[in-house]
Design a protein around this ligand. Structure first.
Ligand SMILES: [Zn+2]
Ligand SMILES: [Zn+2]
Length: 80
């Protein structure tokens, strides 16, 4: 499993305001690149892609946002 340079064609731009994983980008550890790719496997080296952040702090941040969203949903439901 090595980088063949194909991944460069799928290279993802850094999104503004959202995380890379949140915007659907995937990380290949072999190619060391973020790509826009629907599949689970890297189209370049064939290695399994990362779809979730490894960083626990980032995960906690995501979870907090989801909780905040569900709370705001509830307050809307009470109002209506
Ligand atoms: Zn590659
Ligand atoms: Zn790859």
């Amino acid at each position: 499993m090595t980088c063949k340079g194909i991944c460069a064609r799928y290279k993802a731009q850094k999104p503004v305001g959202v995380g890379r994983y949140a915007s659907g980008q995937r990380r290949c550890q072999i190619c060391e690149i973020f790509i826009k790719w629907e599949g689970l496997w890297c189209p370049c080296c064939g290695y399994r892609l990362r779809t979730k952040p490894r960083n626990l702090k980032y995960k906690a941040k995501l979870r907090a946002r989801v909780e905040a969203d569900s709370k705001s949903d509830k307050s809307i439901a009470i109002k209506t």
